[in-house]
Design a protein around this ligand. Structure first.
Ligand SMILES: [Zn+2]
Length: 233
């Protein structure tokens, strides 16, 4: 194999390495990306924020109603106990009980309204929770798959690095240097196969002299247009 042919083999390995590294960095970003879960979590918090004031109001009202019911029960007990005999006092007690009952009825209306709101917000909260659970499960299954792919890519990378070492061992130092310098400026593709006398990367036809020199493979010959090292495979 000529040096150009070995360089072409090196380029193929490097392109394979680049592709895996770029996929790995995408995977790394995905594995750290919790944005979908965080968005669903904030929806849950938002729904909870709407629900809890109604829950508090509902239990406050419940307590107040229970308190009033106790008062009414005690007052009625006293009223019917026969202990109080004074008609004026009895009438006051009846009025007091009637007033307590009106207050209780008003609170019961408020409680009903609060309970309807609790039910409504509870439904929205549950939906937000279900959504969070679904998104978390979906994301975790995606992450599992990506972790498996990551392990596979890392093992392929180790294999490619070994192949690269072997290929480099067959290269002259200056050939490797030229390849390395050109690789940065030629988008990772410093070596171009000649196909029917045409540089396959830039598409420009080469002179007969250039073609003959490339065919001899004694030294590295570059494309007269794009400057890539030409190779005949
Ligand atoms: Zn070219």
């Amino acid at each position: 194999m000529s040096q150009a042919q070995i360089l072409y083999r090196l380029q193929q390995i490097d392109l394979d390495i680049d592709a895996r590294r770029s996929r790995l960095s995408y995977i790394e970003r995905e594995l750290n990306d919790r944005s979908a879960i965080e968005a669903a979590e904030s929806k849950v918090a938002e729904a909870e924020g709407k629900l809890s004031p109604w829950q508090r109001r509902s239990s406050d009202l419940d307590l107040q109603i229970k308190g009033l019911s106790d008062k009414i029960r005690n007052a009625e007990k006293r009223l019917y106990s026969g202990i109080v005999k004074n008609p004026k006092e009895l009438q006051d007690m009846q009025e007091e009980i009637a007033s307590l009952k009106r207050r209780r009825a008003a609170l019961e209306d408020d409680l009903l309204e609060a309970m309807i709101a609790v039910e409504e917000h509870q439904k929205a909260y549950q939906e937000a929770r279900d959504n969070l659970d679904a998104i978390t499960a979906r994301r975790e299954s995606e992450w599992d798959e990506l972790r498996r792919e990551k392990a596979r890519l890392e093992s392929e990378l180790r294999e490619l690095e070994k192949q690269r070492e072997k290929v480099i061992a067959d290269l002259d130092e200056d050939a490797l240097e030229r390849y390395t310098a050109l690789r940065d400026v030629k988008s990772g593709q410093p070596i171009s196969p000649l196909s029917d006398g045409i540089c396959s990367v830039c598409g420009v036809e080469q002179s007969t002299t250039v073609i003959q020199q490339v065919r001899r493979g004694e030294r590295l010959i570059t494309c007269t247009n794009c400057g890539r090292i030409l190779v005949i495979l």
